[in-house]
Every structure is written in structure tokens, then in C-alpha cells.
Design a protein around this ligand. Sequence first.
Ligand code: HEC
Ligand code: HEC
Length: 279
Amino acid sequence: MASALVLALSSPAMAQTEPEHTDPIVINGGEVEMQTAVPAPDHLEGAFDQIYSGWLFRDTETQAMQLDDFENPGLIFVDQGIDDWNTVEGEAGKSCASCHEGIESMEGLRAEVPKVNAEGELWAMEDYINDCRTNRMQAEALDWNGGRMKNLTAAISMQSRGMPMNVAIDGPAQPYWEQGKEMYYTRFGQLELACANCHEDHYGDWIRADHLSQGMTNGFPVYRLKQAALVSQHNRFRGCIRDTRAETFAMGTDEFRALELYVASRGNGLPVEGVSVRH
Ligand code: HEC
Ligand code: HEC
């Protein structure tokens, strides 16, 4: 990255550029319609008035792929996730469906995670899945970034498509939220850039060939054209931190769970996109 660009990004001057259009995402000719711009949650007062889906910042071809479930490459993985949901595995001889019945029973979950579990720990969707696999199915835990885990999170996320993100940030979630917030404003790496330097101060600007969004997570897991695969939130965070030339946290760490909660809360109110398409 050119040093002039780094200077520009780390300058305190705000350079937010609002999107010219804020059309809704209309899928399958009207079957699903999702707002791409909604008022920012209260805790972002002073930072944002409106929050925007990352979809608005993509080129028209990438956008179009998300408008038709037959064109959205992520939907193949949703189907694979549903197959997995119905597959018996492990010593207990059960599938997810043995206890939860249809995957529609997961409706609403994606809008609320990460959330604090009964033991007071912050858990991401991946943690809930692996808890059921290891403790209730007597099967092996799935790799956080493996294909099967991403297929399952995609299939479960799809059940909440269109529902507004609504993670809790108070009560037992508050200390995790504070931790995530602190990370969001911490400058990482040789480039000394915080998440906020790019996604808060400079959304709408171009950085190399990329149009910077507000870095929202309501579209995850994302089908990334560049990687030709589903990408999890923690993988995306890792990539962004690596771009600042910093040592990064591993996927599935408490640090990334806290960051995931904070970033999700910045998007409270934006619809869950199920599986979005980004480049
Ligand atoms: C033996 C029964 C059983 C099996 C098999 C099972 N689960 Fe669960 N699951 C549960 C129970 C019980 C809970 C806790 C429900 C609660 O606390 O309301 C739960 C909770 C969950 C949650 C959290 C839901 C929430 O609203 O907080 C998720 C996600 C989940 N399971 C996914 C899965 C997936 C994916 C599979 C298959 C890989 C699976 N489960 C297999 C019994 C099971
Ligand atoms: C050097 C600038 C930069 C920094 C710093 C940065 N990112 Fe990003 N981020 C990008 C770019 C470029 C993209 C791809 C275009 C876009 O969606 O904004 C991106 C994409 C994302 C996305 C995907 C958005 C979507 O709709 O698919 C998320 C989430 C995200 N970043 C979170 C973070 C978090 C959390 C941090 C801090 C740990 C961070 N980023 C730090 C540049 C940055």
C-alpha cells in the first residue's frame, strides 16, 4: 500500500462518502426485499447517522449475483449445509434434525449471535454447533474455517434472511462488547491502522481497487468471488488485520468473539442477508 494512502487513511479528518443510491436488495424478483440503509444504532451516535450494507459498495455485476438465488454461488453451500443437518454422525447416532427437527427451527438465531450462553461465556454460532456435535452427538468438533462448518453456518443463517440484526450489548454481554469496541479502535501493525480508520472514517472511499464499506457483518458468511468460497467472519477479520501488516489473532479465539459481537452491534438494524456475495 502506498504510504500516501496510509497517511490519508490515518488522518483524523473524516472523509465519509455516502452511497449515491440506497436501493433495497430485491431477491428472486420480489420474493425477499431487504433494506440496505437504516438508521444507526444509538451507540454509534457521532460516528454514523445511517448504516449501510456492504452490498451497496460492490459493482453492479457482483450485486446482481445476490439478487437471484440461482446466480448466488453461496446457495450451493447452503444446500450442502442442509444435507449435513440431516446426516447422522457420532456415537449417539443422531443428526441435528433428530433433536431440532427442520432447520427452520433455527430462525432468528443468526440475528442474535454472538450471544452469552448459560455459563456466561460469549459464544459464536460455530461454538453452539460444536457444542452439540461434541456433547450431544458424540461426534468430532468441526474446524472453525472448514467447509462443513461454513456450510452449516450458511444454512442456519439463511433461516434468518431479512430479519434485522439484533445482538445484545448490555447485561452479561457488556464486558465482551467493551473488549470488542476497544479492539475496533486499536491501531494494529506497521501501518498503525484501526478498523475504524478504514470502515468508519473512510467508507465510500477507494482503497487500491476496493470500494470501502462500513465493514458490516450482516451478510456473513459471505461468498467471496476472489476466493471462490464461503468466508467466515473471523477469516475476514484476519485478512483485514493482516492488511495492516500486523500479527493476527487466530479464528475462534475469545478476542475475535468479542470483536465479532462489537462489529455485529454496529450493524444492529441491518437485515441478515443469509449468504451475501462480495468480490
Ligand atoms: C441430542 C440432541 C441434539 C442434537 C443431536 C443437536 N442439538 Fe443442537 N441443541 C440441543 C439442545 C438441547 C440445545 C439447547 C437448547 C436451548 O438451550 O434452548 C441445542 C442448541 C443448539 C443451538 C443454539 C440455539 C439457540 O437458540 O441458542 C444451535 C445453533 C444448535 N443447537 C445447532 C445444532 C446443530 C447444527 C446440530 C447438528 C450438528 C445440533 N444442534 C445437534 C440438542 C441437540
Ligand atoms: C486498511 C483498511 C482496512 C482496515 C484497517 C480494516 N479493513 Fe475491513 N475491509 C477493508 C477492505 C478494503 C474491505 C473490502 C471492501 C469492503 O467491503 O469494505 C474490507 C472488508 C471488511 C468486511 C466485509 C464487509 C462486507 O460487507 O462483506 C468486514 C466485516 C471488515 N472488513 C471488518 C474489519 C474489521 C473488524 C477490521 C479491524 C480488525 C477491519 N475490517 C480493518 C479494509 C480494511
